[in-house]
Each structure stands twice: as structure tokens, then as C-alpha cells.
Design a protein around this ligand. Structure first.
Ligand code: UD1
Length: 354
């Protein structure tokens, strides 16, 4: 086991929890923090079951700098993987200040705490949403960014903040990972996406149609310039995505400075293709209705992942069929996600000064 640990913020969330599993499976020391507002402590218990390892966990909010400093003091940390943040596009248009405060102020406080603790490596959870409506498909990292909603702008601004820091100060390294559309669940069937309330995203919604929680899927728009009129996205398996973070951490050791990477498969699929792929996993035709476009959606977001493939020696490997099968495995075994499980973190894990 390597001596110094990786701090994972938002490690109880969907992508965070899968990344913690991959870190533990590769024998890295990990410290997880999460404020559990949008996730459940049960995810930590399930990580422990899957990996048969104890997870070092603190219930900490990234807005609580004193608590962050305490975590850095208690553990020797060499790098941070930063997932913590609010992530719903629609909500971000209704409560933009909450998004700017949580995501941007929270990240600035985290970076300050890192600086004061002499930790200078960060892997940041960005999003393909920073490209807005891209002029080139598949999208290279060199395209200009131009997010179209407050959530996306928090990702874009944070990228700028981290880049400025790496320019201003010596020996900082950052990987800004622009995720395309994460999908699927852990192959164990015990961990997956756990949306609270009505899911905003396609695959969690579709899987709730499959278990009978929702009547049908509304397909947003069928008049886009695509082969079947529905939008194209690059759906990447969450385990492949998690492994991308380990590859990015490895890159930190070369001292790359600040680098952006697209984490996607390079394969685009329409909404109707996704429904058909998921139907195959479930074994029946799920009901859907073609409805109007959703405001803010763009025609096509497909990654050119060549830079990550070459520089991180990483490639998405899991097929779409496997991704759909893993999602169905998780959803059918956990129809209510982690909702039914006790969510309270142990009292001794709480560090709170705000
Ligand atoms: C969305 C966010 C993106 C964020 C990502 C996180 C928007 C506009 N974008 O991406 O910023 O980083 O989630 O996961 O919300 N669809 C339907 N019916 C549904 C849900 C979705 O037809 O009920 C369609 C959408 O129109 C889209 C595709 O499915 O074409 C994927 O949608 P979604 O899963 O919400 O992801 P994005 O919109 O690509």
C-alpha cells in the first residue's frame, strides 16, 4: 500500500464511489469526504463490502475550510480527486447562487486548504457540458468552451481557477476531466446511480420505467439533424470512467501542469438507440413518447478521446450492452436505490465547524 493517501471529495456519490472502489482495488490509500446531502452513507458501506476494505470516511462539507484543514492534518495526502458539487442543470437555473456558492466557493476553499497543506495535485470532475453546442464532432479538447447554464458555468469557471493557480504557482498539477455521459453500475449489482426524486438523466429515468416506477419515457425532441431525429450522446460506463481517474492520478507523477482530457468512448448513440439497447438488457420493449425538445439540449456531444487514450494510456473498454446489463442488474436488485437503507454516518466521522 502506498504511504500517502488520495483524498476523494464527494466519494459517496455515483462516480466518486466507483472511483473509490478502483483506488482501493489498486491498493491505494484513500480518504473520503462527503457532506451526504445528495448521497447516502450506505454507499460507503457497500464500497467496504465490495472491496473487503475499511474506508476512511469523514462527513465534511467542502465549504468548511477548518474541517478540510483538519482532514489534511490527520492524514498524509498527496493528491485530491474532487467530485463534490451540485450537478442538476435544471435546478442550477432556478438557484444559481447555491450552485456558484457550493461549487465555486467550495472549490476555492478546497484549493486554499490544499495550498496551506502543501498538497499540489488535483484531479477535477469537469463535464462535456463546458463545450456548450460544439462546432466539431467528435469534440477535441482544443475547442473553445462556452457552457450554456449555471451548472455548466461552475465547471467552466473552476477549470479557469485551477488553470490560473497552476500558472501562478510552482509544482501544481491538475487533470481537468471532461466527462461525457456516465452510465451503468458496478458489476456486483450493489452500487449504482442513486438519484433522489425524479431522475433528470436519460438512463436512470429509463431504468425507473423498467421497474414500473415511471409510466413511460419522454424522448425530448425528434427533429434534430441526426439519423433518427433524437440527440446523440457519448455514454461511458461508470467503471471505465472511474479508471480514467486512476490514469489521471498516475499522470500527476510526471508533473504535467494543468491538462484537460475528454473521458468518453468516441462512440455516439441516439436516444432511440439507447432505448433499444436497454430494452435488450431488460428483455422487453419499454414504453416511450416523442415529445418536444428540452430547452438547453444540444444535438450531439461525442468525445474525441484520443488525447486521454495516448497520454493517460486509458481507453473506455466496456460495451454499451454490458453497460445496459449492469444498470438493469443494479436497478432490479435495488428498486429504490439506497433509499431504504439507513443513511446516517457514524457520529465520530463528522467534522463540522460551520
Ligand atoms: C446532462 C446535463 C449535463 C450534465 C450531465 C450529467 C443537461 C442539458 N445537460 O447531460 O450538463 O453534465 O447531464 O450527467 O441537462 N433525454 C430524454 N428523456 C429524458 C432524459 C433525457 O429524451 O427523460 C435525452 C436528452 O434530451 C439527451 C439525452 O437523453 O438528448 C441525454 O440526456 P441526459 O441523460 O439528461 O444527459 P445530458 O443532457 O447529455
Amino acid at each position: 500500500m502506498s504511504e500517502k493517501a488520495v483524498l476523494v471529495t464527494g466519494g459517496a456519490g455515483y462516480i466518486g464511489s466507483h472511483t473509490v472502489i478502483e483506488l482501493l482495488n489498486s491498493n491505494q490509500s484513500v480518504v473520503v469526504i462527503d457532506n451526504l446531502t445528495n448521497s447516502s452513507y450506505e454507499a460507503i458501506r457497500r464500497i467496504e463490502k465490495i472491496t473487503e476494505k475499511k474506508v476512511i470516511f469523514y462527513k465534511v462539507d467542502i465549504l468548511d475550510k477548518k474541517a478540510l484543514l483538519e482532514v489534511f492534518q490527520r492524514h498524509e495526502i498527496w493528491a485530491v480527486i474532487h467530485f463534490a458539487g451540485l450537478k442538476a442543470v435544471g435546478e442550477s437555473t432556478r438557484i444559481p447562487l447555491d450552485y456558484y456558492h457550493n461549487n465555486i466557493t467550495g472549490t476555492v476553499l478546497l484549493l486554499e486548504a490544499m495550498k496551506e497543506s502543501q498538497v499540489k495535485n488535483i484531479v477535477f470532475s469537469s463535464s462535456a457540458t463546458v463545450y456548450g453546442d460544439p462546432a466539431v464532432i467528435p469534440i477535441p479538447e482544443t475547442l473553445p468552451t462556452g457552457a450554456t447554464n449555471p451548472y455548466g458555468r461552475t465547471k467552466q469557471f473552476i477549470e479557469h481557477i485551477i488553470r490560473d493557480l497552476c500558472t501562478a504557482e510552482e509544482n501544481w498539477n491538475a487533470a481537468l476531466l471532461r466527462y461525457f455521459n456516465p452510465a451503468g453500475a458496478h458489476p456486483s449489482g450493489t452500487l449504482g446511480e442513486n438519484p433522489l426524486g425524479i431522475p433528470n438523466n436519460l438512463m436512470p429515468f429509463l431504468s425507473q420505467v423498467a421497474i414500473g416506477k415511471r409510466e413511460y419515457l419522454s424522448v425530448f425532441g425528434h427533429d434534430y439533424e441526426t439519423p433518427d431525429g433524437t440527440c446523440i450522446r457519448d455514454y461511458i460506463n461508470v467503471v471505465d470512467l472511474a479508471k480514467g481517474h486512476l490514469a489521471a492520478l498516475n499522470k500527476m507523477k510526471d508533473g504535467p501542469g494543468c491538462v484537460e482530457y475528454n473521458l468518453g468512448t468516441g462512440r455516439g448513440n441516439t436516444v432511440l438507440e439507447m432505448i433499444h439497447a436497454f430494452n435488450k438488457a431488460v428483455g422487453r420493449e419499454l414504453p416511450y413518447k416523442l415529445v418536444d425538445r428540452r430547452p438547453g439540449d444540444v444535438r450531439n456531444l461525442t468525445a474525441n478521446p484520443a488525447k486521454a487514450n495516448a497520454e493517460l494510456h486509458w481507453k473506455a473498454e466496456i460495451s454499451l450492452d454490458e453497460t445496459c446489463a449492469s444498470l438493469w442488474n443494479w436497478q432490479s436488485k435495488n428498486p429504490n436505490g439506497l433509499e431504504d437503507c439507513p443513511g446516517e454516518a457514524p457520529a465520530e466521522s463528522v467534522i463540522c465547524y460551520i
